[in-house]
Each structure stands twice: as structure tokens, then as C-alpha cells.
Design a protein around this ligand. Structure first.
Ligand SMILES: Cc1cc2nc3c(=O)[nH]c(=O)nc-3n(C[C@H](O)[C@H](O)[C@H](O)COP(=O)(O)O)c2cc1C
Length: 328
């Protein structure tokens, strides 16, 4: 009888990130702050900070807090399409010891050389095959193939269909990381089977004690079924998968009034429905609040410490891979 093995899954992703496990914490704005990032990295996964809603000062304080908590590698995700000084933000990531810069929306052509000159890897979120082609052509070091199941900004193609098509087009030039609706080790094993080199997990990591977020968010996730999410442009102006509520319902009925990103983002903030990044001391109305969540949410019924989740992902994937290979 083989002893349970955790951490034997070595891929090109674990090689280039220099981590034990091919499990990445998604850089979720408003959620992936220093405590969560450090917990995932410390457990041998790869913690990625979600800095899209942070001021420069906050981002630097959070990076310093990660560095104080762990010497393991971590990354930072920014929304490239967000107005802001991208090169200065990336320089700050370099100065604070980030290992990977993840571009959340769009290929970050302007900063690829800056990153590479400073030994920082560049990752790009991809919802379509052509996004991955553009990312590799621009010099990105890994692509994250994110299916429509994902929480947050998302496209229309499902993870199961998207990942192998991106794997094929990338032709082994860079590692491919699967994302969207992956919430346990079965998802990791499936992603590896589809040709990916690891997974990028968002929603499952929100339901951890370490995750940042507004009050009620984690409780809402624990109570949701798999069909309680909806894709709406109502919070940001871009298609975003969130917990369904009265505010999403309103925008479903007023599609023609939705403004483009980022004007709609400002609108939802002014409506008091968007406090992403405001943190645990904020008062929010659960019937209207912006709570991104993926379709895996129905499987989440308890808060689990983030490091424990990383270990569970690995042990479960190992068991699945053993079972599948025993079928032959
Ligand atoms: C609360 C939340 C915030 C997010 N914010 C960002 C972001 O700022 N930048 C980004 O690239 N992706 C963001 N995403 C998408 C995640 O990076 C990731 O692709 C997604 O969560 C994966 O799907 P899953 O939630 O089903 O695991 C966010 C997702 C959630 C749930």
C-alpha cells in the first residue's frame, strides 16, 4: 500500500515558480491580501495578491507584510485596463520582491521588458485562444486559461473546452494554468489531464479565515448553490460573474443603461453596491453588494485555512491520479 503522497506533482509551473505545488491563489481584488497570499505561499503553493483595488501605499504595505510573513515567492495581479501608472506599479512590485506580475485584463506589452530585466515573470489572464496567442507573442512567461465558470471578470468559453485549446495553440512554449470553477483536487487532476501545468483558484480561497473581504461575503458563499451566480456588467461595465442579488436583477432589466468600464464601476460605487477592497469594517447591503463568485461555489460549505486547502488539493489530486491510472 502506497503511503499518501503530497507534493510529488512536479510540472513546468512548479519549476519556473520554484514552488512545491502547482496550485496558485488567484489575484482577487478585494480578497487576496497579505494574510491569504502568505498562507498559500508558505504552504508550498503560489500566493498572488489582488492589487487592482489598492492604492499604491496599500499595495506596498501589503507586499511588505507578505515578505515579513514568508520568504517564499509571491506574485501581484493588477488590472491592466485600469487607468493608472502601470510601469510605476510594476517597478514597485519589483522593488518589493514580487516574483510574478499578473495582468488581469489585456496583454501588458509596455512592461514585459521591465519585468524580465528584473527577473520578474509575466502572466496573462486569457479567456480566449487568441488572448493566449497574443500573450505568448508579447513575451509573457505563463498564460492562465480562465473559463466562464470563474468568479470575477470572465468570458464565455468553459474551462473544459478552453484549456486544451489554449494548450494546443501555446505548443509548449510557456506553461498553461487552468482557472474557472476549480475548487478541489479533482479539478487539479482534471486540469493536468487536459494538458495544463497547474491551477489558479479564486472562489474556494475566499472561504478561508485568511481572506480579506466585506462582512457577509464568506457567509453568502457558504449558503450558495452552483446556480446562484450570474454574469453581469452591472458592477464594472465588463462581464463579471457574481452572487446573484437585487442589484444584478436590476441591471438584467436595464441592460441599455449600463455604461462601459470603468464608468459603470464608478456608478455601482456611487450606488453603494460596490465596496470591493473596502474590507471587513465596512457596512454593506447583502441584497446589493458586489460579491464575485464562481460556479464551484455550491461545493463550498465550510471555511478552511488556506494552507490546509493547498494540502487538500494535492492529496485529493494524488488520489484521483492514482485511481485513474489503476483503471488501465
Ligand atoms: C472576488 C474576486 C475578485 C477577482 N479579482 C480579480 C482581479 O482583480 N484580477 C484578475 O486577474 N482576476 C480577478 N478575479 C478572477 C480570478 O483571478 C480567477 O480567475 C477566478 O477567481 C478563478 O475562478 P474561480 O473563482 O472559479 O476559482 C477575481 C475573482 C474573484 C472571485
Amino acid at each position: 500500500m502506497r503511503a499518501p503522497t503530497v507534493g510529488v506533482v512536479k510540472t513546468r509551473l512548479t519549476d519556473i515558480l520554484e514552488v512545491e505545488h502547482p496550485v496558485m491563489l488567484a489575484g482577487m481584488g478585494g480578497v487576496s491580501y497579505s494574510a491569504l497570499v502568505a498562507a498559500v505561499s508558505e504552504a508550498g503553493g503560489f500566493g498572488c495578491m489582488g492589487a487592482s483595488t489598492m492604492s499604491m501605499e496599500r499595495m506596498e504595505a501589503e507586499m511588505a507584510a507578505v515578505r515579513a510573513a514568508t520568504s517564499k515567492p509571491f506574485g501581484v495581479d493588477l488590472l491592466t485596463a485600469m487607468p493608472g501608472d502601470m510601469p510605476a506599479q510594476v517597478q514597485s512590485i519589483i522593488d518589493h520582491g514580487g516574483r510574478v506580475f499578473v495582468a488581469g485584463l489585456g496583454v501588458p506589452r509596455d512592461v514585459v521588458n521591465l519585468c524580465h530585466d528584473n527577473n520578474v515573470l509575466v502572466a496573462s489572464m486569457c479567456g480566449k485562444v487568441r488572448h493566449a496567442v497574443a500573450a505568448v507573442a508579447a513575451g509573457c512567461d505563463l498564460v492562465i486559461a480562465q473559463g466562464t465558470e470563474a468568479g470575477g471578470h470572465t468570458g464565455t468559453v468553459a474551462t473544459m473546452a478552453l484549456v486544451p485549446q489554449i494548450v494546443d495553440v501555446v505548443e509548449g512554449k510557456v506553461p498553461v494554468v487552468a482557472a474557472g470553477g476549480l475548487f478541489d483536487g479533482r479539478g487539479l487532476a482534471a486540469a493536468l489531464t487536459l494538458g495544463a501545468d497547474g491551477i489558479w483558484v479564486g472562489t474556494r480561497f475566499i472561504a478561508t479565515p485568511e481572506a480579506y473581504g466585506t462582512p457577509g461575503y464568506k457567509d453568502r458563499l457558504l449558503s450558495m448553490a452552483e446556480d446562484d451566480t450570474v454574469i453581469t456588467k452591472g458592477f464594472t461595465g465588463k462581464t463579471c460573474r457574481v452572487a446573484r442579488n437585487d442589484y444584478t436583477q436590476y441591471w438584467d432589466e436595464h441592460l441599455d443603461e449600463i455604461q462601459p468600464f470603468p464608468a459603470q464601476f464608478v456608478r455601482s460605487m456611487n450606488d453603494g453596491a460596490n465596496h470591493l477592497g473596502a474590507g471587513p469594517d465596512t457596512e454593506v447591503d447583502a441584497a446589493r453588494e458586489f460579491w464575485p463568485a464562481g460556479q464551484g461555489v455550491g461545493a463550498i460549505d465550510e471555511l478552511v485555512p488556506a494552507g490546509e486547502l493547498v494540502r487538500r488539493f494535492m492529496a485529493e489530486a494524488e488520489a484521483v491520479l492514482d485511481r485513474v491510472s489503476s483503471l488501465r
